[in-house]
Design a binder for this molecule. Structure first.
Ligand SMILES: [Zn+2]
Length: 119
């Protein structure tokens, strides 16, 4: 946890980021370029909070209504707090992978590719 908190985007190489984006695209075929861009934008907003949970800062310019979102892996699947039924548009969002989840997947790919390991 400590080590992860110290990791900044500048420690991530361009190559690792490019490769991670290619993998993200391959994993979520059918997603638009705009979606991939949003995930990349969110990358620096991702913070690991636990073994299987990450906080993603909300950005109004990306359509977020809340200051932060919690992405968790439950039963091997990514879940995001924007999927909560108590939140507006949740039903629509649940049908597709949100860019919060996308950014967490990207974050983990980058960490792994960048040799930072503990993603
Ligand atoms: Zn979300």
């Amino acid at each position: 946890m400590e080590r992860e908190a110290c990791t900044t985007l500048s420690q991530i190489s361009e190559d690792a980021l490019r490769l991670a984006l290619a993998k993200l695209r391959a994993r979520f075929r059918g997603k638009s370029k705009a979606w991939l861009k949003r995930c990349a934008k969110r990358l620096k907003d991702v913070q690991r909070v636990d073994v299987d949970s990450w906080a993603v800062k909300g950005r109004p310019e990306l359509g977020d209504r809340y200051p932060s979102y919690l992405v968790r892996v439950i039963d091997g699947r990514y879940r995001c707090s924007c999927h909560s039924p108590y939140r507006p548009y949740a039903a629509k969002r649940r049908r597709s992978v949100c860019s919060h989840v996308g950014s967490v997947v990207l974050y983990r790919l980058v960490k792994r590719l960048g040799g930072l390991g503990d993603a």
